[in-house]
Design a binder for this molecule. Structure first.
Ligand SMILES: N[C@@H](CCC(=O)N[C@@H](CS)C(=O)NCC(=O)O)C(=O)O
Length: 316
């Protein structure tokens, strides 16, 4: 486990040409620096074995407002496993580091493993911790039925991303707020980058989701069809989407509805600073939200009650 040691080394590598030019070094001097960089890198490998950097056993990287991150955060909170969370500004990770959130870093033996993609993270938690946790992690058991529904819930999560961005990108202040530009918990430099790079980030997001009128219509049609189905599943006062016991699919459906429902308790106390309501939800988004709330009363109540029961209190 190397902690920040590799980061410092990478910064040194980037600075090498500047050092060579700035000090007007000879070829021998430049070669000496290359040798130093190699030795340093070797030292980092050795240090990972001899004196590993102290790292939390489980660290979850998130974006405060991310609904996929909330899916995993909720399951981690419910599992009672000890973990720490590291939040970054919206879109910065994907466009500057090429990764999505949630991302889980876990100490696995002598090394630290990184797992992306929320379903894969939940499978890891189940596989790694279920046997030693008694029944506490039964809600994570990946049955065939749960896996099939989870896949469709995740698809709904992607359609909601299309829906959100189609509306939100036209509203700079709102989008920046949800990405964390006003969140005092984010490093100041990240907030500054979000503001300075907004036009670029907006263009990249529009391209990544291939945003267009027809794409938006298609996403909304799919969201409607899926919510119709969830609404039917909950008719007659049913308390869970599958069977009688709550499972990770219920928490996933509730968490992934965050972009439109944003229930009180979303984030378990870790996303309050980016609540969309604080920036004023754009009227065209609000119209869709009002329509969904009116058309899906059972599902709306299910999500809100689940949040009240499970995530009403902020986690320390
Ligand atoms: N299939 C992925 C989807 C994750 C995803 O789309 N995450 C979004 C946030 S909700 C993301 O990382 N966007 C890039 C960014 O904002 O940096 C999962 O289930 O984890």
């Amino acid at each position: 486990m190397t902690g920040r040691r590799l980061l410092y080394h990478s910064l040194f590598l980037l600075a090498l040409p500047l050092i060579v030019a700035g000090l007007d070094l000879s070829l021998a001097g430049a070669l000496g620096l290359v040798l130093l960089a190699l030795l340093w890198r070797w030292g980092i490998s050795l240090s990972a074995v001899i004196r590993p950097a102290p790292t939390p056993a489980l660290e979850l990287e998130t974006i405060a407002a991310s609904h996929f991150a909330e899916k995993v955060r909720w399951c981690l909170d419910r599992s009672g496993l000890d973990y720490s969370e590291r939040q970054v500004g919206g879109t910065l990770g994907v466009f500057f580091r090429g990764r999505t959130v949630p991302q889980l870093r876990a100490v696995t033996g002598a090394v630290r493993s990184t797992i992306g993609n929320s379903p894969d993270i939940l499978r890891f938690l189940w596989g790694r911790y279920a046997t030693q946790s008694g029944d506490r992690l039964a809600f994570l058991a990946p049955t065939e039925e749960r896996l099939a529904l989870e896949e469709r819930i995740d698809r709904y999560g992607v359609d909601l991303q299309v829906w959100v961005y189609y509306h939100a990108l036209r509203h700079r202040r709102f989008t920046l707020h949800v990405w964390g530009a006003n969140d005092p918990g984010l490093p100041r430099w990240q907030r500054a980058v979000l503001r300075a790079c907004y036009p670029l980030l907006r263009g990249l997001i529009a391209r990544a989701f291939r945003l267009s009128g027809p794409r938006y219509e298609q996403a909304v049609a799919r969201i409607d069809a899926f919510l119709d189905e969830l609404e039917q599943r909950l008719e007659g006062g049913r308390q869970a989407l599958l069977g009688d016991a709550l499972s990770y699919v219920d928490f996933s459906a509730a968490a992934l509805s965050g972009p439109w429902l944003w229930p009180p308790g979303f984030g378990g106390g870790k996303s309050d600073a980016v609540a969309p309501g604080l920036a004023g939800v754009p009227a065209d988004m609000q119209a869709d939200i009002d329509r969904w709330r009116a058309r899906y009363p059972h599902f709306t109540a299910f999500v809100e009650q689940l949040y009240t029961r499970e995530r009403g209190v902020a986690r320390g």
